[in-house]
Every structure is written in structure tokens, then in C-alpha cells.
Design a protein around this ligand. Structure first.
Ligand code: PEP
Length: 260
């Protein structure tokens, strides 16, 4: 079984450094030294250094929420892979739907960012997912295929094995709507099948594919227990340490009992 990765995407929260430290402290203490599931948090850029200090000695990974494909230069407002590494990051989220749909980010741009992340030795979490209209028009698999082909272009199987994917149906993000277990497993199986055809079965078997979209303590065990779901990318529920820890606990339960 692949080791589950539970990652908290804090987005544009919280508003103060003090609150960011308190949240990181809560996660650190609640998790302790447990490493049966992998855990990471993604605070806003400005709090990364300080959250890194709070997390010292803990297995909780630190993630950026984005990066730019150039390492340095005249790119106002951007943050590079080496900068994220310098402040302690282990992971970086790429192609989140709030960037694809909110900022017009393309799969070609996500691909350039992915290559920069791999060059910087960060673990990329590449998000893909369909909108409500696309699902209603039965275009889910076509959209996933397009995003997979564009975002993961030109990767070797070895590189692919080090990439985390997050299937996040856009209609389920921050809405309280969650994909049903059947919808989630079907999308994840489609993604795994494409990985297998493109990179080989061995590589496909190694890639961690998270589910994201209104994961909460009360639906986490069911979602994380699905055969092709290897973790969760959590937005809203990662802003309360108790809720995020409950989702981690659900992952630990699934890890302890195994999957069929
Ligand atoms: C996300 O932002 O990646 C996300 C899944 O958010 P939420 O859990 O709030 O739906």
C-alpha cells in the first residue's frame, strides 16, 4: 500500500503570523512522532519561515502553495523553487483550481512549474479536476486526460514516481459537496490507468493520488479507504488543528487496517 499523504492547504489564511504559528503548533503536538501517514501543511508564503521553525523536530512537511518556473530575476511578486527550499519547504502545490480557474493558469504553465519543482528537489502536488459543467456534460475523463497530458508532459517514469497528484473536482472545493465514493474511485482509477499506459504499471503503482474537495472528519475514513485514493488535500478543515488531526487519524486507521 502506498503511504497516505494528508496535506493541509491553508490558502489565504490565517491573517496573522501568531495564528499561523498556533495552528502549526496544534498539528505538530497532535501528530507527535507518528509517521504511519505522511502529513504536510501549506501556509501562505509569508509565514513559511516561521512555521518551519515551529515544525522543527516534527515529521510534518512544509509546502508552498505555488512557485514560479524561473529561479531568479525580474519577476515581480513571484517565488522560486530554490527560495521555497531555503525556507524549509519539502512540498509545493501546483495547478490548484483556484489558480487554473481564478488566475487563468494553463497546463503548460503547470508543466513548467512542475519541472522547476523537481529540479529544486521539492515534492510537487499537482492538482487536476473538472468543473460542475464539465461533469454534467460528461466530460470529466476528457478534462482529466487533457490536464494530465499537459501538466505531466515530458516526464520520465522515475520523475513521475516522485510526483503527487491531487484529484480535486472543482465543484467539491469549499462547497461542502463531496464526490461520492463511486465518483472518487472512478476518477482515481481513470488517472491510475492513464499513468499505467503512459509511464508503465510499476510507476503507476508508486504514484500517490490524493482526493480533495470538502474532506472532513466525518467523510475521511470512507474516502481514504478507497483503493486508488492515497490521501487527501484538505482546504477548510485544515484550518482547525482538531479537524485536520481527525482526518489524519482517519488515514492512520486506514493505514493500520490496509486496503483490499
Ligand atoms: C482545496 O483547496 O484543495 C480543497 C480541497 O478545499 P476544501 O477542502 O475546503 O474543499
Amino acid at each position: 500500500m502506498r503511504t497516505l499523504l494528508i496535506a493541509g492547504n491553508w490558502k489565504l489564511n490565517p491573517t496573522t503570523a501568531e495564528a499561523a504559528s498556533a495552528l502549526a503548533e496544534g498539528v505538530k503536538h497532535g501528530l507527535g512522532a507518528a509517521t504511519d501517514v505522511h502529513v504536510a501543511v501549506a501556509p501562505p508564503f509569508v509565514f513559511l519561515s516561521q512555521v518551519d521553525r515551529v515544525l522543527e523536530g516534527s515529521p510534518v512537511g512544509l509546502s508552498g502553495q505555488d512557485l514560479y518556473w524561473e529561479n531568479a530575476g525580474a519577476f515581480t511578486g513571484e517565488i522560486s523553487g530554490p527560495m521555497l527550499v531555503d525556507v524549509g519547504c519539502t512540498h509545493v502545490i501546483l495547478g490548484h483550481s483556484e489558480r487554473r480557474h481564478g488566475q487563468g493558469e494553463t497546463s503548460a504553465q503547470v508543466n513548467a512549474k512542475l519541472k522547476a519543482a523537481l529540479a529544486a528537489k521539492l515534492i510537487p502536488i499537482v492538482c487536476i479536476g473538472e468543473t460542475k459543467d464539465e461533469r454534467l456534460a460528461e466530460k470529466t475523463e476528457a478534462v482529466l486526460l487533457d490536464q494530465l497530458q499537459g501538466s505531466l508532459a515530458d516526464l520520465s517514469p522515475e520523475e513521475m514516481a516522485g510526483v503527487v497528484l491531487a484529484y480535486e473536482p472543482v465543484w467539491a472545493i469549499g462547497t461542502g459537496l463531496t464526490a461520492s465514493p463511486e465518483q472518487a474511485q472512478s476518477a482515481h482509477a481513470f488517472i491510475r490507468g492513464w499513468l499505467s499506459r503512459t509511464f508503465g504499471e510499476a510507476t503507476a503503482g508508486r504514484v500517490v493520488v490524493q482526493y480533495g474537495g470538502s474532506v472532513k472528519p466525518d467523510n475521511a475514513v470512507e474516502l481514504l479507504g478507497l483503493p486508488d485514493v492515497d490521501g487527501a488535500l484538505v482546504g477548510g478543515a485544515s484550518l482547525k488543528a482538531a479537524d485536520f488531526l481527525a482526518i489524519i487519524k482517519a488515514g492512520q486507521e486506514v493505514a493500520a487496517r490496509g486496503k483490499s
